[in-house]
Design a protein around this ligand. Structure first.
Ligand SMILES: [Zn+2]
Length: 55
């Protein structure tokens, strides 16, 4: 189980999502694109999780 907060990546935004890694990646990508117009690649969001939890 992991958690990402949009506000940790440069936005004034309260969005956060937690759950399994695949779920979090999907939800974070959809949010970033839908709310901020940022089309993160899946590998990029995976890197966010890796840095936060596996460093
Ligand atoms: Zn956001």
């Amino acid at each position: 189980m992991v958690k990402l907060r949009c506000g940790d990546y440069g936005f004034e935004c309260d969005f956060e999502v937690d759950g399994g890694e695949d779920y979090v990646v999907e939800q974070f990508m959809q949010h970033s694109y839908g709310e901020h117009g940022i089309d993160y690649r899946k590998e990029v969001v995976r890197q966010f999780i890796l840095r936060k939890y596996h460093s």
